[in-house]
Ligand binder design. Structure first.
Ligand code: FAQ
Length: 311
């Protein structure tokens, strides 16, 4: 009976074991996972756009190859995550419709432009760094397929993060103009990266329940603080300065004090009114429409191989 199933579910969560696709789960748990995993998958595939913008203009063959690999990894992450969402009984095609119709989200930072080559480095160093801080705890998320997908995703994100650092390192050790380009890119990307962690805890509608279900392990603010603490020493190594006059080590707290992102701006960007929201979504819809023939051909091919004389 349902009471028994619910008790079993609660026990698995309390024991810190995994819920698997065939296990009974509350509808609200399933819905919140579909919401978060779909948002995560959408972020990976729409997140290809800001960097793809620089593929044809990367300054060397090596940088181009690295950037191409990174953008392809993001497509791969999207695929594992859509597959993880499908274990919850939804279809990828429906999730894509929801993205295209604005019923599901992708992360806010993707709606900012990459104005110079240095933006690809700053974007990777900061937003992949933030993504890792957010995703390492998700490797212990209570839903098995999501947790397992995160293990590989985190390894690849670590490579992305390091290549961003390396790209900025080359610029900060280059000409004064290159150094300045790197600093200006960090000035642009610092706050979009801090905003990735979501609204402050008191305004986070889902955190408490998601933490009780051990989908999330930490509040948005705890992860944002962890990110700042990791990032500041790296910025010092690079010789770059985050654009925050109040950033300083606080010995009593054992953390850096910092100015939080503008949460009204985050709300506007989430609602569709960031600098590139329309462009990103229009591009995504166009790519989807232009790929229709591939989906049709793949479906026709699969159907042919399902007929008996093909064994
Ligand atoms: N942007 O109650 P909470 C990458 C929404 S990409 C947009 O705190 P929750 C690849 C939130 O969805 C990174 N929306 O929600 C790459 C909710 O809206 P809803 C991949 C945001 O779920 C790198 C509402 O606000 N990682 O790595 C944002 O407990 C570099 C209320 O918020 C993920 O996608 C935001 N920043 O916590 C590509 C992380 N913040 O659904 C290119 C997976 C909040 O009620 C370059 N997701 N919202 O309409 C999560 O960890 C969580 O869902 C949070 C939000 C932390 C984003």
């Amino acid at each position: 009976d349902e009471a028994g199933l619910r008790a079993h579910f609660e026990k698995v969560i309390a024991d810190d074991r995994k819920i698997e696709p065939r296990d009974w789960m509350p509808d609200a748990y399933r819905r919140t996972l579909v919401r978060q995993i779909a948002q995560h998958a959408h972020s990976e595939i729409v997140g290809m756009q800001p960097e793809a913008n620089w593929l044809t203009r990367a300054p060397s063959l090596a940088r181009k190859t690295i950037l191409l690999a990174k953008v392809q990894d993001e497509a791969g992450h999207g695929l594992y995550l859509y597959a993880a969402a499908e274990t919850l009984g939804v279809h990828r095609a429906d999730l894509l419709d929801a993205l295209h119709e604005g019923r599901q989200r992708y992360l806010s930072f993707i709606n900012y432009p990459t104005l110079t080559w240095a933006d690809t480095g700053a974007l990777a160093w900061l937003t992949d760094g933030a993504a890792i801080v957010n995703q390492v705890p998700l490797c212990r998320s209570s839903y098995g397929p999501y947790a397992r997908a995160m293990v590989r995703v985190c390894k690849e994100e670590s490579f992305h993060h390091r290549q961003g650092f390396d790209s900025l390192w080359a610029l900060t050790h280059g000409t004064p103009a290159q150094r300045q380009m790197a600093q200006e890119a960090v000035d642009r990307w610092w706050y979009p990266a801090l905003a990735m962690f979501g609204p402050p805890h008191h305004a986070s509608v889902h955190s408490e329940q998601s933490m009780a279900w051990r989908i999330k392990r930490f509040t948005n603010d705890e992860l944002r603080q962890r990110f700042v603490d990791i990032c500041v020493p790296q910025a010092e190594l690079l010789g770059l300065t985050p654009p925050d006059a109040h950033l300083r080590w606080n010995d009593d707290r054992g953390h850096y004090d910092f100015t939080p992102p503008d949460f009204d701006e985050l709300t506007r960007v989430i609602k569709g009114d960031g600098p590139c929201n329309r462009q990103r979504l229009a591009h995504r819809r166009r790519a989807h429409d232009e790929g229709a023939w591939v989906r049709e051909a793949a479906a026709a091919h699969a159907a042919k191989h399902r007929t008996p004389h093909h064994g």
